[in-house]
Design a protein around this ligand. Sequence first.
Ligand code: HEC
Ligand code: HEC
Length: 364
Amino acid sequence: MMNWRSGINLSWFVLTICACGHDPDPGDLSQIPFVSPEPYSLVFPKGLPTIAEDNSNPLTKQGVLLGRHLFYDPLLSLDSTISCSSCHNPKLAFTDGKAFSTGVGGTTGTRSSMSLLNVAYFNNGLFWDGRAANLRDQALQPVENPVEMHEQWPNVEIKLRRSAFYPKLFREAFGISNKSEITRDLATKAIAQFERILLTGGNSRYQKMLRGEYAFSVDETDGMEMYLNSNPALPDAQCGHCHAAPTFASNNYFNNGLDSVGSLNEFKDPGRGAINMIPNDLGKFKAPTLINIHLTAPYMHDGRFGSLDEVMTHYTTQVKKASNLDPNVANLKISARQAKQVIAFIKTLVDTSYLQNPDFFSPF
Ligand code: HEC
Ligand code: HEC
């Protein structure tokens, strides 16, 4: 509230000054030197495909740096307590380790935070239900979500314009010449640039095995062959249909059998179907990445499972019926030992080498 009021006072002040005609415009940034931003050369890790540059928002060093500041800055929230990183902690593969994230004032939502590693590969909707079309669209939402940052973009724009350092960072990233050009559009462009660099490092045991630098144990090999269904002598664990290499995720939405419903309208969380209004998509969710899954418990959109053992118990004995249950999900005919082997394989996907990249961490 205080910021809103002082924002109004500020624009009144600007207008009055301009009307007199002789004092300089306090929003003017032209005295700060400006050189064209330098391209950010993103190195795609071994084993992950390159992604075409977004020509409407090319990566630059200055843009990524600005986005990194915004991502780690609680200024984006109503009472300066919550930043994007509060719920997307780099040490937890950019999740928060909770079933439900905590927003301003201790409020909680109904969904679990999602990893942002390799998020640039998802081009068929973001969030568990895919309601955001792309990273820029996504970044608009947490700021105004009452259970997250609970702020309003016009206030954020005023706070950024009044900041001691953001006007300079915006000028360096986007060449603006007046503070009034600091908008949510440029802020979310910068955040999207920062998120696009958040790639895993290509150093998992799985990737090393593919490159001949690491030999899998018997358990890891059997686990992989069941996961990918690549050995007719072993049962299909079906995971690879949906959590597919190389990101071990999917750009699609599925019902993986978490809840038993008589009618599709009964899902507690309607998921994808509430977004695209396709009744058969009710109760479907995005299949997230299994890379670094050991860092992101608890699991599923509502954090209902605390461990990978519980996840395997679900897929082997607890699959619930619904008319749109995916045909690739059924109580698996694998032994307890084989379930452990699948977990052993998933653990070879662990790649924490991204933690060595200083560009991923708070600039403050
Ligand atoms: C209070 C916790 C919280 C805050 C703050 C927060 N997020 Fe999230 N984030 C979540 C949750 C929970 C989800 C999943 C929500 C859903 O599906 O409805 C999510 C999902 C996402 C996704 C989708 C990932 C995917 O694979 O689809 C992105 C990207 C993201 N957040 C980025 C951000 C950015 C950028 C900010 C800051 C502007 C931010 N988040 C602030 C909790 C938070
Ligand atoms: C038909 C597609 C499909 C198959 C097959 C499948 N999953 Fe999933 N998986 C999903 C979906 C969809 C979700 C998210 C569900 C939700 O939260 O509502 C998910 C969630 C998960 C999660 C939690 C992810 C997180 O970030 O919380 C893990 C772990 C997981 N699956 C592991 C596996 C394993 C292991 C297998 C094989 C035994 C497997 N899945 C098979 C679709 C699938």
